[in-house]
Design a protein around this ligand. Structure first.
Ligand code: ADP
Length: 486
């Protein structure tokens, strides 16, 4: 099949969170299955070697209706394999800065431009996909464009799939985006794209895509409810028949303790000794007391409300005061929370270390060196770090929500792969951390939990195959003879 992906992030070129990893691994595995792939994504300022990349289209006129001087771009390309290419949309004004999501007044135009430019690159080269797969809000209007403005173009019959990686981020943009993209004005109503006086990009995708995927079966159920729907649960319910959850996996070329070049010593399920060396190296790097008796609990995360780390910051002092655990955190986000964690490290210098920022190398070292990994999320569409943790024999401590509930089974005598708790509150997290301490004290039981986690398979091959089934389905649905044609 010819499959076009549109994504604002693709690792290692760009990554702000799990989407970058997930898009990269999915594309790689679809290519390995023999499919022909193009990926449309912006050429951000921080992408190394950007000026040396091959030019695919020197000058592409993009079908947007703003300032005509800003309506052209260059398309560069990178070959991922014999039949797979990334098209990098180069537009200095929109994407010259390093960040994927800078706080800009024209965030809507930035998103709309690369989406429309990718479609125009297909039209210009005559590469017409069998399926178009859109990831998250920035490209949510692509299914809308195909069924309206581009209906009579060669792309008009392409079926579309939308993956919701996180329903909280919807892209509420000014009404002017409709005319910027040349979309019909009659879409400006609450049954279509309008939402709280803005154009809601993700809502457009949910209403117009032929099929909707989200990144875990539990999250697919949760987003049907007001608690997790962020105001769009009624819209998601309209599409319930076309919604499914497919779990993300682990890219074992990137996250594998047997081959990871970034960790102090390699290890495996049958040769766990190297993990102790990784813990010592992490303690030394983060200046933690190497003689501490308790387990080392790690966190790598965006510091936003979703992740529940504000609650963890309240639960941790009691355990640190009693020297029951050590704690290491890598992350950034809410400045108040960043400050709270800095203070925690200041108050407990021997047992708590905090690094604010983004650090790829340290993220691998925390996964390898920690005994437990904490994810107390209020909601979690899939979550990747609990999967990486299990692969590295680091026992996850997770709240039972979304993909965390689907991938970590609660520790009980002789079974389970992690500590699972229900309540998103300080009591819930304290309970879970105390339980982790108890487990750690029973070393045979702890090792058994570690090994069960390391044996768990969350592979991308299977996830890619499930996507192919979904692509086949939408292709069939869009065939003119099918009664399911929308
Ligand atoms: P989300 O997409 O909600 O941020 P995920 O668990 O799906 O959460 O994915 C987060 C990804 O980003 C993981 O690969 C994680 O290791 C990485 N990550 C998050 N924060 C940092 C950081 N400060 N430094 C390095 N990697 C990070």
């Amino acid at each position: 099949m010819r499959i076009l992906h549109l994504t604002p992030e693709i690792a290692p070129w760009s990554k702000a969170g799990g989407l970058g990893d997930a898009a990269a691994a999915l594309v790689k595995n679809l290519a390995l299955l023999g499919h022909e792939i193009r990926v449309g994504t912006p050429l951000y300022g921080g992408i190394p070697g950007r000026d040396k990349m091959e030019i695919a289209i020197p000058s592409l006129q993009v079908g947007v209706h703003g300032d005509p001087r800003a309506a052209a771009c260059r398309v560069r390309q990178h070959e991922l394999g014999p039949k797979a290419k990334i098209w990098f949309i180069e537009h200095e004004y929109f994407y010259g800065a390093r960040e994927v999501y800078p706080p800009r007044e024209d965030a809507g135009e930035r998103a709309a431009f690369f989406a429309r430019a990718t479609l125009d690159a297909c039209l210009a080269t005559g590469w017409i996909p069998d399926v178009i797969h859109c990831h998250d809000w920035t490209v949510g209007l692509v299914p809308v464009l195909l069924k309206t403005t581009l209906k009579n173009s060669p792309l008009g019959q392409c079926p579309t799939v939308l993956t919701i990686h996180n329903l909280q981020h919807q892209g509420l943009q000014p009404q002017r985006l409709l005319s910027y993209l040349g979309l019909p004005e009659n879409l400006w109503n609450a049954q279509a794209l309008e939402c709280l006086g803005a154009v809601n990009f993700l809502k457009g995708g949910i209403l117009f895509a032929d099929r909707i995927i989200t990144v875990s079966p539990t999250y697919a159920q949760e987003i049907l409810t007001p608690e997790f729907g962020f105001g769009l649960d009624d819209v998601v319910r309209l599409r319930q028949q076309d919604l499914e959850g497919i779990l993300n996996g682990v890219d074992t070329e990137e996250w594998n303790p047997q081959t990871d070049p970034l960790i102090a010593e390699k290890f495996s399920k049958t040769k766990l000794q190297g993990k102790a060396a990784c813990k010592s190296a992490l303690q030394a790097k983060m200046k933690l007391d190497p003689k501490a008796k308790g387990p080392l609990v790690g966190v790598i995360s965006r510091l936003w409300e979703q992740k529940g780390l504000d609650l963890a910051a309240q639960a941790l002092p009691a355990l640190l005061r009693q020297r029951k655990i050590q704690f290491v955190l890598l992350g950034s986000g809410d400045p108040i929370l960043e400050q709270e964690f800095r203070k925690l490290a200041h108050d407990f210098p021997n047992d708590c270390a905090v690094q604010i920022g983004y650090n790829h190398e340290l993220s691998h070292q925390i996964e390898a060196g920690a005994d437990f990994f904490l994810m107390p999320s209020r909601f979690e569409p899939c979550g990747l770090n609990q999967l990486y943790s299990m692969a590295y024999g680091t026992v996850p401590i997770v709240r039972a929500t979304g993909g965390l509930a689907d991938t970590v089974s609660p520790w009980q005598k002789n079974q389970g792969t992690g500590i699972v708790f229900k309540d998103a509150d300080v009591g819930g997290i304290s309970w879970a951390l105390e339980r982790a301490v108890q487990l750690y004290q029973q070393s045979a039981e702890y090792q058994a939990v570690q090994k069960r986690g390391m044996a768990a398979q969350f592979d991308w091959v299977q996830a890619a195959q499930r996507h192919v089934v979904c692509y086949e389905l939408v292709k069939k649905q869009r065939q003119p003879t099918s009664s399911a044609t929308r």
